[in-house]
Design a protein around this ligand. Structure first.
Ligand code: CP3
Length: 360
């Protein structure tokens, strides 16, 4: 890192493009990467996953995690790679049994919330050593100009899976717990905050240039619980990292935050914010981008449906958000039926974009 004071990362000339934008610079055309860019829409991913025997084997075998992380970089030349892992390795390291049933998504063995802590954060982080090994090996295999992103789940999103034991339509079980036993949920959140700080710090020490905190279910809370369980834990993670002298950009991704995005950015002090595809572009340009660089927000289904609709959706993002700091991305992960030809078309259109005229 440079000498920027903690909490205000500044980029140096020659820094990697995505880091420069996350640090507040506007680059044109904007750099681009894609959530879930290593995944089942790629035949080479499916082959490596079959070789590994399962998804978690991929995550915990540094050689294979490196291979799948690098696959979309080789194929598409994205400006950033994201560590291949999952947000749910943290609960597993904390002692909760985790498995992925084929085609069904994650399953966790439920436990008595009153019986916390499972294990202490330091023990959990020790168990995640293969992840840090993968980060170092990915960095060694990446082109010098490619940004490497580490990540974790936000405490609330991780807690929703830990409490329900699986993903549900509205994560009702965790919202119910937050309303009936807020103290027990708070203890779980506190454990996840501590673990996440150490986990992200270790990823940065192993070579991550920036980190993203995925809060897929943050927007699902009412105002008061959004503040308590989505905003405050992320604020503490950012503060904890800065307190350890870690100045790398931190991207918050509070999916579904909508009109609460400006408050989220201001209160958490994240360096940049990820936008889901429902985020209103004009609102973001006027009320979010003045506070922080933004990343997003193409509807992942555009990569299935393609055509002129894909081009127009890309142009609306570039036209409305292109005058400020923007990292082009999807509004959520690419789906397994996302088409490779549409990914190529998206990258060519973004990289070929001429100077923007504001569409607002
Ligand atoms: O973006 C990337 O390429 C990095 C890798 C990454 C994965 N999961 C790989 C993965 C990241 C950053 C995640 C984050 C994650 N995992 C989130 C937050 C972001 C989001 O997508 O909302 C959540 C909620 C999870 C939990 C999780 N993992 C679910 C709900 C599922 C099942 C859904 C699905 O797509 O199957 C997973 C599995 C998972 N994580 C896969 C991948 C590539 C698919 C596993 C497979 O190969 O079968």
């Amino acid at each position: 890192m440079d000498s920027g004071s903690p909490g205000t990362p500044t980029s140096q000339p020659g820094a990697r493009k995505v880091v420069r934008v996350l640090s507040g610079e506007r680059l044109w055309p904007p750099p681009i990467w894609m959530m879930r860019q290593a995944g089942r829409y790629l035949p080479e991913y499916r082959a490596t996953r079959a070789e590994a025997g399962g998804f978690l084997e991929l995550c915990y075998t540094p050689r294979l995690a490196t291979e799948v992380t690098l696959q979309p970089i080789r194929r598409f030349g994205f400006d950033a790679a994201i560590l291949f892992s999952d947000i749910l390795v943290v609960p597993q390291a904390l002692g909760q049994k985790l498995w992925f049933a084929e085609g069904e998504g994650p399953r966790l063995e439920t436990f008595d919330l009153a019986a916390l802590p499972l294990v202490d954060p330091a023990t959990a982080i020790g168990r995640l050593a293969p992840v840090f090994e993968a980060v170092a090996s990915i960095r060694a295999g990446l082109p010098a100009e490619t940004t490497l992103l580490g990540f974790c789940g936000a405490p609330w999103t991780v807690a929703t899976y830990m409490i329900a034991g699986r993903g549900t339509d509205d994560q009702g079980p965790a919202r119910r717990a937050a309303q009936t036993d807020p103290a027990a949920v708070q203890r779980l959140i506190d454990l996840l905050v501590e673990t996440s700080i150490g986990y992200l710090a270790a990823q940065v020490e192993a070579g991550a240039d920036a980190v993203q905190i995925f809060d897929t279910w943050g927007g699902n809370l009412d105002d008061a619980d959004f503040e308590r369980f989505a905003v405050e834990p992320v604020r503490r993670i950012v503060e904890g990292l800065r307190g350890r002298g870690i100045g790398v950009p931190v991207i918050g991704f509070p999916k579904g935050a909508g009109a609460r995005l400006p408050a989220y950015v201001a209160r958490t002090d994240v360096s940049a914010v990820g936008l889901d595809w429902q985020a209103s572009l004009g609102f973001v340009r006027d009320h979010v981008q003045p506070l922080a660089p933004v990343q997003g927000n193409l509807d992942p289904l555009r990569l299935v449906t393609g055509g002129a609709g894909l081009d127009a959706a890309i142009d609306r993002i570039l036209g409305t958000l292109g005058a400020g700091p923007l990292v082009f991305n999807l509004g959520h992960g690419i789906t397994p039926d996302g088409r490779i030809d549409n990914v190529t078309r998206m990258i060519e259109r973004v990289r070929g974009a001429g100077e923007v005229r504001d569409h607002g």
